[in-house]
Write a protein that binds this ligand. Structure first.
Ligand SMILES: NC(=O)c1ccc[n+]([C@@H]2O[C@H](COP(=O)([O-])OP(=O)(O)OC[C@H]3O[C@@H](n4cnc5c(N)ncnc54)[C@H](OP(=O)(O)O)[C@@H]3O)[C@@H](O)[C@H]2O)c1
Length: 282
């Protein structure tokens, strides 16, 4: 029988690359999806010959219907799919008043509709087998709103709702849907993975001070962001768990504390705390 198979979207770097390594080390057949063939070499770096043998690549842009359909045909040829990790994602940043609906659409095409497109191609296989785990990489931004990030936050909140409903639909077919809600980790999302609205930071923007405050906060906190290996260990544990995993898993420094504070504090106090974090104190 063939090794257990995991599909990891957006595997070219960041979390996806770390998850790929972890599942290869665990003996899985990994289907790593990338958008650019040139990124293959990044994933092959440092692998043992056995691990390299267990790694397959598929080209996939989750925001592109045709690309996902081609990927769907590739999936049909796989002997088995045990785990799907919907990881591909990026962030659109900017202030709501200065963002176009096209920029929101651009965000949702990948972070929300991309997950739906890919999942629908994998589901028949898992449902017919009567088992499988779909692990959706959400974020603390799927549970807490942040200023300057409404496209990203909206996409992750929507992903949470989609996953919660999907989980209930698939329960009787033996397919588990799980949400991972990481805090801040050291990946490329903070640089190449963020699309800043063209209006953000304009000298005549009413949100300029908030924009500066956010950037300062980002620079200050960056060093303390977590190691993606911590998230990979959690995902590995969930993939291999004998009992049914629960729906939500938070991971990262301060995440649980923030969620508890948001739940327990009066909203007025909570919003003061959030806004004080990004106040531009020149
Ligand atoms: N890092 C964090 O602190 C953090 C926290 C919470 C949640 N997350 C979530 O973690 C996931 C992975 O992000 P990351 O932090 O690892 O960032 P990253 O290092 O920027 O990696 C993002 C990955 O997604 C791929 N991707 C982006 N758009 C895609 C599309 N349309 N189709 C296919 N692949 C696409 C990128 O491919 P290319 O190389 O081709 O661009 C890259 O492989 C995202 O869903 C993100 O929202 C991250």
């Amino acid at each position: 029988m063939q090794n257990k198979t995991v599909i990891i979207t957006g595997a070219s770097g960041g979390f996806g690359k770390t998850f790929t390594k972890a599942f290869l080390e665990g003996g899985y057949h990994v289907v790593a999806t990338i958008r650019d063939k040139a990124k293959k070499s990044v994933l092959l770096e440092g692998l043992t010959p056995k691990e390299a043998e267990n790694l397959s690549f598929a080209l996939l842009d989750v925001a592109d219907e045709e690309s996902v359909n081609n990927f769907g045909s590739f999936v049909q040829g796989l002997e088995r799919v045990d785990v799907l990790i919907n990881n591909a994602g990026f962030a659109v940043a900017g202030f709501a008043e200065e963002l176009s609906t096209a920029e929101y659409q651009f965000q949702l095409e990948t972070n929300l509709l991309g997950v739906m497109r890919v999942t629908n191609h994998i589901l028949p296989k898992m449902r017919q087998k009567g088992s499988g785990r779909i692990i959706n990489i959400s974020s603390i931004s799927g549970l807490i709103g942040f200023p300057g990030l409404s496209p990203y936050v909206s996409s992750k909140y929507a992903l949470e709702g989609y996953s919660e409903s999907l989980r209930l639909e698939l329960k009787e077919f033996g397919v588990d849907v799980v949400l991972i809600e990481p805090g801040s980790f050291q990946t490329n999302i903070w640089s190449s993975g963020t699309h800043m609205s063209s209006n953000a930071g304009n000298s005549n923007s009413p949100y300029l001070e908030m924009f500066k405050g956010m950037n300062k906060r980002l620079q200050k906190d960056r060093e303390s962001y977590g190691d993606p290996v911590e998230v990979a260990k959690l995902i590995w544990k969930i993939a291999e768990m004998k009992k049914t995993p629960t729906l939500r898993y938070t991971v990262g420094k301060g995440v649980r504390f923030s969620l508890l504070a948001k739940r327990l504090l009066p909203w007025r106090v909570w919003e003061k705390i959030v806004l004080s974090q990004i106040r531009n104190k020149d």
